[in-house]
Design a protein around this ligand. Structure first.
Ligand SMILES: *[C@@H]1O[C@H](CO)[C@@H](O)[C@H](O)[C@H]1NC(C)=O
Ligand SMILES: *[C@@H]1O[C@H](CO)[C@@H](O)[C@H](O)[C@H]1NC(C)=O
Ligand SMILES: *[C@@H]1O[C@H](CO)[C@@H](O)[C@H](O)[C@H]1NC(C)=O
Ligand SMILES: *[C@@H]1O[C@H](CO)[C@@H](O)[C@H](O)[C@H]1NC(C)=O
Ligand SMILES: *[C@@H]1O[C@H](CO)[C@@H](O)[C@H](O)[C@H]1NC(C)=O
Ligand SMILES: *[C@@H]1O[C@H](CO)[C@@H](O)[C@H](O)[C@H]1NC(C)=O
Length: 275
């Protein structure tokens, strides 16, 4: 009987190993506070749940909009400011092409040809979509600079399923300042900080309509402080202004409910203070 049980466990591990892109965050719930993922009010019509895998490990979670070819949000834990910026070779998600492709993110040259049954650009944004763009560049949702001393986690943020066309002035300006100044300041007394960064789909697109340009980019965090109380904060920016607005978690959820217009948005577990 025991061997049968072991066989079952082994079989289910094998199966899970093949489903990094799927219908839930089963393998990467640890990136959400209390394993609690945002509710379905953010879900697009045609979503993919991606447990972002690199070098055989999970580094964060992304909800991907297959129709608009952008992430809706990425969820990660904050690991401290900067570490050296890795060389950026942007990667792709093989399992969006075909579920039989390998589960680790890869560059275009290392994806095995035999799993590519359709052009890669059909299933996701590719580097060429961002070529010749001067107003927009690849804006990280999960930024590489917030994983101090974790070079694998930094490299793993360079995948196009974690990037949206972001106004380049905002990306280099107020948003960078939020990432590099506001985050460390706010998380100073935190022992562990859970972060969700997202994009609100907009009405325009780049690359002949292939890749949606978000109207807003937002971020939210919930942490346990070193005196054991919880803290939360949020920000939002319009993708046409170089300005980031500070909000309470409740204010952001209210705003997102209106912007996504699919019901009341809840980003974090109820223990995260809304005010
Ligand atoms: C970018 O611009 C160059 C030069 O105008 C052109 O040859 C190339 O095809 C363009 N690339 C894309 C993806 O539009
Ligand atoms: C992180 O890196 C810094 C400098 O590179 C080093 O001083 C520090 O000890 C490292 N911390 C950990 C936890 O490895
Ligand atoms: C937002 O909050 C951060 C941290 O408290 C602060 O440094 C920053 O100036 C605030 N930004 C605005 C636009 O008020
Ligand atoms: C961190 O703790 C110190 C000391 O209790 C306090 O003065 C400061 O306001 C706290 N900072 C944040 C962002 O909670
Ligand atoms: C915990 O620390 C925060 C920030 O320093 C402070 O605002 C809060 O009042 C503290 N809570 C308790 C119960 O001490
Ligand atoms: C990008 O943001 C700047 C303000 O920082 C604005 O002047 C510009 O029009 C924006 N570009 C687009 C394409 O929205």
């Amino acid at each position: 009987m025991l061997w049968l049980l072991l066989l079952q466990v082994w079989a289910s591990c094998l199966w899970l190993g093949h489903s990094e892109v799927g219908t839930s965050f089963h393998n990467c719930r640890k990136f959400f506070y209390q394993n609690n993922t945002p509710n379905s009010a953010l879900n697009p019509k045609n979503p993919a749940w991606i447990c972002q895998r690199y070098n055989n490990g999970y580094h964060y979670a992304t909800l991907y909009d297959r129709d608009r070819r952008i992430p809706i949000y990425s969820a990660y834990t904050y690991q401290g400011e900067r570490g050296s910026r890795p060389t950026k070779t942007w990667m792709l998600e093989p399992q969006l092409i075909d579920p039989t492709c390998p589960s680790d993110m890869q560059t275009v040259s290392t994806i095995p040809k035999d799993c590519i049954r359709q052009p890669i650009s059909q299933s996701q944004a590719v580097n060429q979509d961002y070529d010749n763009q001067t107003c927009f560049n690849r804006g990280h949702l999960n930024p590489s600079g917030q994983h101090k001393n974790n070079s694998l986690a930094q490299i793993a943020t360079f995948t196009l399923t974690n990037a949206v066309p972001q106004n380049s002035t905002l990306n280099r300006g107020a948003w960078r300042s939020y990432e590099q100044n506001t985050m460390p300041q706010r998380s100073k007394n935190c022992t562990k900080t859970y972060v969700i960064v997202g994009a609100v789909p907009g009405n325009t697109a780049i690359a002949n309509g292939r890749v949606n340009v978000p109207s807003h980019i937002w971020a939210s965090a919930c942490c346990k402080m070193n005196n054991n109380t919880m803290s939360a904060w949020a920000v939002i920016a319009q993708n046409k202004e170089n300005k980031v607005q500070n909000l309470t978690l409740e204010e952001l959820e209210t705003k997102l409910s209106r912007l996504y217009n699919r019901g009341k948005v809840s980003l974090f577990h109820k223990n995260c203070p809304r005010k």
